[in-house]
Design a protein around this ligand. Structure first.
Ligand code: HPA
Length: 298
């Protein structure tokens, strides 16, 4: 007998979330069966505190959600938070799971399938990155302009579930230019020097050698990290609009700080107030998706 399909698992998880949410009281909008998120937010290493600011929040432990993988890394909580931020319905993943933890690509991108199934039209994905380009210094925030998939794996490998998206989704328009331009307008109004960078993803968990960094720089990579690309590929397959924001936690140039996880989390924590202000500002007047723009369907 074959087990449940990916579509079955997504529907089961979405139904369980609605059921568990409805048990958390009638006063909160997200507990209602009609509630729909507009934006799904994935919070990276050290950036999870934004989830604490969600209003009228319904909170679920990842462990309560069927088929949902649990996160094992320090700095990643493992809580799904549904509610409002700046008046916008959000579904926030406080803590993500990574490929290097040993999960499959399907598991690490399940959160993205789920936000789509629950009704989100936009994914706001965040991460901690090493800065390869000299313009990037620790503490900088940067939108993701484009990516290089150097993980050696693609989450869409295997039979394509036609109901979820096309076999061969384009990726040249992965990071929505309208949202990215808008994010820079918001930053400017806040007096924040928001950068913009090409992100290269590796499977990790080892950090990079100096020879690898020199190689990636010549490739056109400006930041490096161990996440995000699988989520973005699946988001685009699903027809979700994507905005990516990175926090530069260490510089892989100049004096070249040794990357280590504690320092990465500490630096992300330092950037947190600016990060939270930027994300709140972005959510406040988020442009509506263009009706024809980002359909991943066929
Ligand atoms: N390399 C890979 N991933 C990272 C780094 C880095 O230097 N900093 C934060 N995430």
């Amino acid at each position: 007998m074959s087990g449940p399909t990916l579509s079955d698992k997504i529907q089961e998880a979405a139904a369980a979330i609605r059921r568990l949410a409805s048990k958390q009281g009638t006063s909160r909008a997200a507990a209602s069966p009609e509630w729909r998120p507009e934006v799904g937010v994935i919070l990276g290493s050290g950036l999870g505190d934004l989830a604490l600011e969600v209003e009228d929040a319904v909170r679920l432990d990842y462990a309560e959600i069927p088929h949902f993988p649990r996160s094992t890394v320090m700095g990643h909580a493992g809580t799904l938070v549904m509610g409002t931020l700046e008046g916008r319905n959000v579904l926030v993943y406080q803590g993500r799971v990574h490929y290097y933890e040993g999960y499959t690509m399907e598991e690490i991108t399940f959160s993205v399938r789920l936000m789509k199934a629950l009704g989100a039209h936009t994914m706001l994905v965040t991460n901690a990155v090493g800065g390869i380009a000299e313009k990037l210094i620790p503490g900088d925030l940067a939108t993701i302009r484009d990516h290089i998939n150097f993980m050696g794996m693609n989450p869409l490998r295997g039979p394509n579930a036609e109901a979820l998206g096309p076999r061969f989704p384009r990726m040249d328009d992965a990071y929505d230019v309208v949202l990215r331009t808008y994010a820079h307008d918001v930053a400017k109004a806040q007096g924040l020097d928001l950068k913009d960078a090409v992100y290269l993803a590796l499977s990790g968990p080892s950090y990079e050698t100096r020879a690898e960094i020199a190689f990636f720089r010549q490739f056109g990579a400006e930041t490096v990290g161990m996440s995000t690309v699988p989520e973005v590929i699946v988001a685009r397959h699903s027809g979700l609009r994507v905005l990516g924001v990175s926090c530069v936690t260490n510089a892989l140039h100049g004096t070249y700080e040794e990357a280590n996880h504690e320092a990465v989390v500490a630096q992300a924590n330092e950037a947190k107030p600016r990060f939270i202000r930027l994300i709140r500002g972005i959510l406040r007047d988020l442009p509506a998706p263009a009706p024809t723009a980002t359909s991943g369907h066929h």
